[in-house]
Write a protein that binds this ligand. Structure first.
Ligand code: PHE
Length: 347
C-alpha cells in the first residue's frame, strides 16, 4: 500500500502543476482572483491537502510540511507576479484611455488676435475717415482697361508685361495696384470725390524678406475744384504725423507715374533712428519710398467723364505691408502671411 506521505506528496505536486499551468493562462483580474482563492484560499486546494496532515505519522509531518510550504511559496510568488502584471496592464490601458495633456492650461481663456496688417488697415482708414474721406473697395480681379488703359499707362509700359503681371485672360488680370479703384470710384460717383481704398494687390515677384507676389496697398483720391499740390502735401504730412508721431518729417522727390502729373515719391523720417541715421536707413535718416503720389492726370479725369477744366485732383498710394513692418518692427514680410500663431500672438 502506498504510504500516506507519498499520496500527499503526489497530491501536492499535482496541485502545483495544475496551479502553475492555470496561472500562466490567466487573462483577467477576475480570473486571477478566482485562481488565487482556489489554490491559496482558506478553503483552497492546498489547505484541503494540509488538513490531512493529522493522518501522518509524526516523522512524516515535517517532510510533507516542508514540501507544502515550498509549494505554497512558489505558488504565492507566481500568483503575485501575474497579479502585478495584470494590474500594470490595467493601469496602462486606463492611462491611455484617459490621456490628459497637462501642458494645456485650461484656466486660461484664449483670445483671438487682430492681425497686424488688418490693424494697420483699420488705423489708416480711421485716420482718413477723420479727414473726411470715405472708404470704398474694389475687386482684386480687374480688367486690363481699369488697371492700365484708363490710368494712362502706355501700351508698351514694362509693368504690363506678362513677366510682371498675373494675367487671367488677355483682358483680365489680378490688379497690380489699387489705382483701378480710382477709376471705378470716379466713373460711379463723379466729382467731387474723397475716397480711400485698401486691399490686396499682385505682382510677379520672387518671394524674399521684402517681396511677396501678394501684397497690400492703400489708395487715396481727392477730386474737387481748386485742388492743388499744396492740398496733397498738407494732407499727407498730417497723415504721416498722425500715424508715426508729430516729429516726423517728409520729403517729396520727383517721380513718374503715368496717371499723375506731376508725380512724387515720399520719404519720411526713419522710424528706427528718428532721423539720426542708422543701418536700417543706410545712414540717410530717411525711410524711402513709403508713398507714391501726384496730381491726377487730366487724361484720367476725362477718361472717367470728369471735366478736367473744372476739376483737379490728387492721388496717393502706399504699401500697407511696408508700413506695418516699419510700425511693428517686423523684418520679414513672409511673417505677415504665414499665420504662425506664435508670431500673431505677439500683437
Ligand atoms: N499705384 C502706384 C504704385 O502702385 C502708387 C500711386 C498711387 C502713385 C496713386 C500715385 C498715385 O506704385
Amino acid at each position: 500500500m502506498e504510504k500516506m506521505k507519498d499520496i500527499m506528496k503526489e497530491k501536492l505536486l499535482e496541485i502545483k502543476e495544475i496551479a502553475l499551468k492555470n496561472i500562466e493562462e490567466v487573462k483577467s483580474l477576475e480570473e486571477f482572483e478566482q485562481l488565487r482563492v482556489k489554490f491559496l484560499g482558506k478553503k483552497g486546494e492546498l489547505t484541503k491537502v494540509l488538513r490531512d496532515m493529522g493522518k501522518l505519522i509524526a516523522e512524516e509531518r515535517p517532510i510533507v510540511g516542508q514540501i507544502a510550504n515550498e509549494i505554497r511559496d512558489e505558488l504565492e510568488n507566481a500568483i503575485a507576479e501575474v497579479g502585478e502584471k495584470l494590474n500594470d496592464e490595467l493601469k496602462r490601458s486606463k492611462m491611455n484611455k484617459e490621456k490628459l495633456d497637462i501642458t494645456i492650461n485650461t484656466n486660461e481663456e484664449i483670445y483671438g488676435h487682430r492681425h497686424p496688417l488688418l490693424a494697420t488697415v483699420e488705423e489708416l482708414e480711421d485716420l482718413f475717415i477723420s479727414m473726411g474721406f470715405s472708404v470704398v473697395i474694389g475687386p482684386e480681379i480687374e480688367t486690363v482697361e481699369n488697371n492700365f488703359d484708363a490710368l494712362n499707362s502706355p501700351e508698351n509700359h514694362p509693368s504690363r508685361d506678362m513677366s510682371d503681371t498675373f494675367y487671367i485672360t488677355e483682358d483680365i488680370l489680378l490688379r497690380t495696384h489699387t489705382s483701378p479703384v480710382q477709376i471705378r470710384a470716379m466713373k460711379e460717383m463723379g466729382a467731387p470725390l474723397r475716397i480711400v481704398s485698401a486691399g490686396r494687390t499682385f505682382r510677379f515677384d520672387d518671394v524674399d524678406d521684402t517681396h511677396s507676389p501678394m501684397f497690400h496697398q492703400l489708395e487715396g483720391l481727392v477730386v474737387d475744384e481748386n485742388i492743388s499740390m499744396a492740398n496733397l502735401i498738407h494732407t499727407l504730412d498730417i497723415f504721416i504725423k498722425e500715424l508715426f508721431g508729430p516729429d516726423m518729417k517728409t520729403r517729396y522727390r520727383p517721380h513718374h507715374f503715368p496717371f499723375t502729373e506731376p508725380s512724387a515719391e515720399v520719404d519720411v523720417t526713419c522710424l528706427k533712428c528718428r532721423g539720426k541715421g542708422c543701418e536700417a536707413c543706410n545712414y540717410t535718416g530717411w525711410s524711402m519710398e513709403l508713398l507714391g503720389c501726384g496730381m491726377v492726370h487730366p487724361k484720367v479725369l476725362e477718361y472717367c467723364g470728369i471735366d478736367s477744366e473744372k476739376y483737379t485732383g490728387f492721388a496717393f498710394g502706399m504699401g500697407i505691408d511696408r508700413i506695418t513692418m516699419v510700425k511693428y518692427g517686423i523684418d520679414d514680410i513672409r511673417l505677415l502671411f504665414e499665420n504662425d500663431s506664435r508670431f500673431l500672438e505677439q500683437f
